[in-house]
Write a protein that binds this ligand. Structure first.
Ligand code: ZN
Length: 113
């Protein structure tokens, strides 16, 4: 669940980031690599929801692999770290289809505390 630090609420799941309208950042954690991606939280939630994937950041980040590192290494490098950008303002680098509004709203009604 979301936690509070310095008086600010921090999401720990993609759906929480979506509920807060915070963009989701996925960064490559490999040394010297600066590759990162920014996702619309609703679109990313929709992808995980459709595939029945766990959207908890520490689990969800294992779904990602770095194209830059992988090209150099010759295999899929999985060192991604997912976090909330803490803002709704920013450039979405990886646009995904938006989830059905009704599906999202009904999910949110079941999960928000
Ligand atoms: Zn990388």
């Amino acid at each position: 669940m979301a936690f509070y630090r310095d008086g600010l609420k921090h999401p720990t799941h993609i759906w929480e980031a979506a509920a807060m309208h915070h963009l989701v950042r996925v960064e490559c954690g490999a040394q010297r690599c600066v590759n990162s991606a920014t996702f619309d939280p609703h679109a990313l939630w929709g992808l995980f929801y459709r595939r029945h994937w766990d959207d908890h950041f520490p689990v969800a980040q294992h779904r990602f692999w770095c194209r830059v590192c992988s090209r150099l290494a010759g295999f899929r490098v999985k060192a991604a770290q997912m976090s909330s950008l803490g803002t709704s303002v920013g450039d979405v680098t990886h646009p995904l289809p938006m989830p059905d509004e009704h599906v999202w709203k009904s999910f949110l009604n079941r999960h928000k505390g």
